[in-house]
Design a protein around this ligand. Sequence first.
Ligand SMILES: *Cc1c(COP(=O)(O)O)cnc(C)c1O
Length: 360
Amino acid sequence: MNRCHNFNAGPAVLPVPVLERIRDEMLSLPGVGMSVLEISHRSTTFETILAAAEDRLRRLLNVPDTHHILFLQGGASLQFSMVPLNFLPRDGSADYLVTGSWSEKAVEEARKVGRVNLAGTTKAENYARIPKPAELRLDPTAAYVHFTSNNTIFGTQWHTEPEVGDVPLVCDASSDFLSRPLDIRKYALIYAGAQKNAGPAGVTIVIVRDDWLRRIPDGLPTMLDYRTHVKHRSLYNTPPVFAVYVVGLVLEYLEAQGGLAVVSAANAEKAARLYAVIDAGGFYRGTAERDSRSLMNVCFRLPTPELEQMFLQESSANGFAGLAGHRSVGGIRASLYNALPMDSVMALIDFMRDFARCHG
Ligand SMILES: *Cc1c(COP(=O)(O)O)cnc(C)c1O
């Protein structure tokens, strides 16, 4: 077996023990005689898989009983629409903190539903940092505040939640969900497409506070109304059975690692080592300001675009995948999700030192 060092931004690397388990159970789930791809979503087998995934997530993130856990489809992108459709009244206004391309897309969808107040943005600085608390212009009467906890494309991250008082807090946590412990009580709603850090593409995890559901207007399309999925426990229609199964295995793996505090310390160590190489020597240049740096997506430049092309070609020839920056910004991006082994980070660091020595 020859696996490459997978720095993809999403879909992304999964833990090898999870992939082995999928392989081992592919022809027949233990005691079932069918693969998970062939079972009914109404079977007790799947109900057990779904319930176990929910239980594990509840334990890992300490999700209180006040919050529901949903497994939906449509990606984080559908949440950009569902959040305002459910929670932005036509005559109301919502605060959006805009820290990158994904926040911009969330705003675009919210504007189709109601008024949006841009309560903080660093667009003028090409999203190189997270706004400071004093820069936020929050509206105390806003229906909610929406923010993007980790900016996958620009490589910045909120290291603590914005302070929003009593206004409901909504978060797109797609690219750092399960990378660190969170206090779920702070959130009215938090969502994440699984394919960055929690599993494969095809399922979106939503955690929503029960009492907030009372604000939802009647008359929404059934599938777009959070209450449908709460009432039917994510089984209103056929859920993405395979994706939920894999998320369950990833959660089991995270628990076996010792939980999110352990995982978060490993993530911090991986990122610290990589940023140290970027900061040493002057050949590489990090694009995010230091106190806003993401521990998940490390973005950097080389002295010239030609050197960046060469870096990408040579790294690819040496067994590294996924290091090109997002097509909208260029440069280099190394995504260091939970499942990326420290060995891959160390191999990249060696490669970067060699490359700088040859071309610096
Ligand atoms: C990838 C990503 C999205 C888009 O996710 P889809 O599941 O493709 O809709 C949204 N927000 C963030 C922060 C992301 O990283």
